[in-house]
Design a protein around this ligand. Structure first.
Ligand code: OAD
Length: 303
C-alpha cells in the first residue's frame, strides 16, 4: 500500500519533470519530436510496468486490413456478404441465423496462413525482454502477438482467439484443428447438441474472457499506457484507457487522435504510420539496433 503510494507519487514527479504539464479539460497533447524525447527517456530510465493496448492498426503493416479505415477497412468491404450492417458479421445473434458470412470471412482470417508479425509487435516483445512489460491487451484475433514471442502470461487476447473453439449452445470445447478444417472447407462445424461451433473469438453480444478483467489491477500498477493502432470505439476494451490514474502518462501511436486522448495532462501522441513512429521511438530510446536484430533474427527463422 505504502509502496504503491510512493510509486504513484514518484511516478507523478517523474512524469511531471519529463512530460509537459497542461491545463485540464483542454484537448491538447504533446506530439512528435517533443513527445519522442520525453517518452523515450521515461521508458528507458523509469518504466517498469508498461501496459500496452492494441488494435487492428498494429497489424495493417503485416498486410491485414483494419476495420474502420475509410476505403481499406474490413467494414467498408463487406458488400458481397449482403449484411444488414457491417458489424453483423461478428454478431452472435446474426451468426445463429446466418453463419455463412462469418465462415467465408474466417477462411481468410485464420492465423498462421500467410501473415507475419511486424516491427511494432517486436517492439512490444522487446519491452517484455527488458522487463518493462506488465501486460499487453489486444483486440486482434490474428495471433501475431503470440507469433512474435510475447509470452502467454503477458498477453490478454480480449476479443478471443482462433486457438480454441466451442459450441455456441452448450459451450462444449471442440478440437480447434478439426473446426478449422471444417471452416476452411466452407462448412459450419456442428456440435453433438446440433449447435454451431465457432472459434472462440468474441462476437458482439458475447462475454469477454475472464482474464480481461485483470486490467482492473494492471491499470492501478502501470507507469505508462501505450495505445497502438486502435480507434478505441469498442467497449469495454476502450475503457482500459480511461481506467489508468490521471497522473499516469499515456502514449497514443496512431494515424489520428482517438478516444479520450488529449483530455489529460500527461497525454502524448505520435501521429502517423505506426512503423515509422516505433522506429523513431526505438531510436531515441537507444534500442534501434537491438529491435532490428530481434525482428530480423525471428522473422528469418520463421519464414
Ligand atoms: P479500427 O479499424 O476501428 O481502428 C484501427 C485504428 O488504427 C484506426 O484509428 C486507424 O487509423 C489506425 N491505423 C491503421 N493502420 C495504421 C498504421 N499503419 N499506423 C498507424 N495507425 C493505423 O480497429 P480496432 O480499433 O482494432 O471487434 O477495432 C476494434 C474492434 O472493432 C475489433 O476488435 C473488432 C471490431 O468490431 C470484434 O470483432 C469483436
Amino acid at each position: 500500500m505504502v509502496l504503491t503510494a510512493l510509486r504513484l507519487i514518484t511516478g507523478f514527479i517523474d512524469a511531471c519533470s519529463v512530460l509537459k504539464c497542461r491545463p485540464p479539460n483542454i484537448r491538447n497533447y504533446s506530439t512528435s519530436s517533443e513527445t519522442i524525447k520525453a517518452v523515450s527517456s521515461y521508458i528507458r530510465d523509469k518504466c517498469e510496468s508498461i501496459v500496452v493496448m492494441a488494435g487492428a492498426g498494429l497489424s495493417t503493416p503485416s498486410g491485414i486490413p483494419d476495420f474502420r479505415s475509410p476505403g481499406t477497412g474490413l467494414y467498408h468491404n463487406l458488400q458481397k456478404y449482403n449484411l444488414p450492417y457491417p458489424e453483423a458479421i461478428f454478431d452472435i445473434q446474426y451468426f445463429v441465423n446466418n453463419p455463412m458470412p462469418f465462415i467465408t470471412l474466417a477462411q481468410e482470417l485464420y492465423p498462421g496462413q500467410k501473415y507475419r508479425p511486424n516491427l511494432a509487435h517486436y517492439f512490444v516483445r522487446l519491452l517484455h525482454e527488458k522487463g518493462k512489460l506488465l501486460r499487453m491487451y489486444t483486440q486482434n484475433i490474428d495471433g501475431l502477438e503470440r507469433l512474435s514471442g510475447i509470452p502467454g502470461d503477458k498477453l490478454i487476447e480480449a476479443h478471443g482467439t482462433f486457438h480454441s473453439a466451442s459450441c455456441i449452445v452448450c459451450g462444449d470445447e471442440h478440437d480447434p484443428e478439426i473446426v478449422k478444417q471444417t471452416i476452411l472447407s466452407g462448412k459450419v462445424h456442428l456440435c453433438h447438441c446440433k449447435g454451431y461451433v465457432k472459434p472462440d473469438i468474441v462476437f458482439f453480444g458475447e462475454q469477454l474472457p475472464a482474464k480481461f478483467w485483470l486490467h482492473n489491477l494492471d491499470t492501478a500498477d502501470t507507469d505508462l499506457l501505450i495505445v497502438l493502432g486502435t480507434s478505441l470505439e469498442v467497449q469495454p476494451f476502450a475503457s482500459i484507457c480511461d481506467a489508468v490514474p490521471r497522473n499516469t502518462p499515456r502514449l497514443l501511436i496512431n494515424r489520428e487522435l482517438v478516444g479520450s486522448f488529449g483530455y489529460r495532462d500527461f497525454d502524448n501522441m505520435l501521429v502517423g504510420d505506426i512503423i515509422e513512429s516505433i522506429r523513431n521511438l526505438a531510436k531515441d530510446i537507444g534500442w534501434e539496433e537491438e529491435l532490428s536484430k530481434l525482428y530480423e533474427t525471428c522473422e528469418k527463422r520463421s519464414t
